[in-house]
Design a protein around this ligand. Structure first.
Ligand SMILES: NC(=O)C1=CN([C@@H]2O[C@H](COP(=O)(O)OP(=O)(O)OC[C@H]3O[C@@H](n4cnc5c(N)ncnc54)[C@H](OP(=O)(O)O)[C@@H]3O)[C@@H](O)[C@H]2O)C=CC1
Ligand SMILES: O=C([O-])CC(=O)C(=O)O
Length: 259
């Protein structure tokens, strides 16, 4: 059985721990880590054999096969390279950090040298398999329009308001907890997406609209996500997508559909 350690004990981590307990993910959790260790205590009740790590070295001492980052872009900058250097696979939710070319190149080089996998889940989006495939046909245009209820974006507005229009790298810097999807999309496409972020008081769902134009296909993907009851900025689908990825990684064998 694979051993799993979690960085971040918030909304996504909570769903992952429940999925491990339900046997959906075939893994044992060895460690939790969070800026606020008390947040780990609640999760530790569901995984009593797991240790609460005070730093990344303590987390790695529990010898995980796989570390899941569900914390922040800062956590990726702090710990991702260390995890890969330790020969441990990594799942990155706060993908915005990977739009830093220097960090991405270092991670990629280390991971290739050590035979380590760094996974970026499709998260709150859909269709990144098709976006990856369309790279080969050449992508001409890549757009993401994210529309969220104002409270998800930390603003108060009475009518729809465009908060941002511009490249993905700047979007993830200005809205680090709302558009990591822009980074996942850009990484899948191999080019930077143009992003628009809108606060809309008329909607209740975190909505992402992706447009991809290429010689082979035109994609228009609209995802209307129920926010996580634990964190309105995060869509429930982000946790479900991560659970699905972990289920596939930890499964010993069998038929799997989709790439
Ligand atoms: N790729 C995708 O599709 C998606 C990505 N995300 C991203 O995933 C991440 C996790 O989301 P979610 O579970 O909802 O977040 P939560 O805020 O619910 O939980 C994150 C936890 O991690 C802690 N944390 C933050 N930075 C660090 C650090 N450097 N070291 C250790 N712990 C840290 C936070 O502490 P504190 O609260 O004190 O900061 C918090 O307790 C976020 O960055 C989010 O933006 C979310 C949805 C979709
Ligand atoms: O969950 C979402 O809708 C998207 C999100 O927060 C992110 O990409 O950081």
């Amino acid at each position: 059985m694979k051993k799993l350690a979690l960085i971040g004990c918030g909304a996504i981590a909570s769903e992952i721990v429940e999925a491990v307990n339900q046997g959906v993910i075939e893994a044992e959790i060895t460690a939790f880590m969070d800026l606020a260790p008390e947040k780990c205590l609640r999760l530790q009740q569901l995984a009593p054999r797991a240790r609460i790590a005070r730093n990344i070295e303590e987390l790695l001492e529990t010898r995980p096969d796989l570390v899941v980052e569900a914390a922040s872009q800062e956590a990726v900058r702090q710990y991702a390279l260390r995890v890969v250097e330790a020969g441990v696979d990594l799942v990155v939710l706060s993908a915005g950090a990977l739009l830093d070319k220097e960090l991405l190149e270092k991670l990629n080089r280390e991971a290739e040298q050590r035979g380590v996998h760094v996974y970026v889940p499709t998260g709150a989006l859909a269709g990144l398999d098709a976006v990856r495939a369309l790279r080969r046909a050449g992508i001409r245009r890549l757009l993401l329009r994210t529309v969220k209820p104002p409270k998800s974006l930390g603003v108060e507005v009475n009518e729809p308001r465009v908060l941002y229009r511009g490249p993905a790298s700047e979007a993830v810097r200005l809205y680090p907890f709302n558009v990591n999807v822009a980074a996942a999309l850009s990484l899948a496409a191999g080019m930077e997406a143009e992003v628009e972020i809108v606060a809309d008081p008329r909607i209740e769902r975190n909505t992402h609209i992706v447009i991809v134009e290429s010689k082979a296909s035109r994609l228009e993907i609209r995802v209307e996500n129920v926010p996580s009851p634990r964190n309105p900025r995060t869509s429930l689908l982000a946790a479900l997508s991560t659970i699905e990825l972990l289920r596939r990684i930890t499964r010993s064998g069998g038929v799997e559909v989709g790439s």
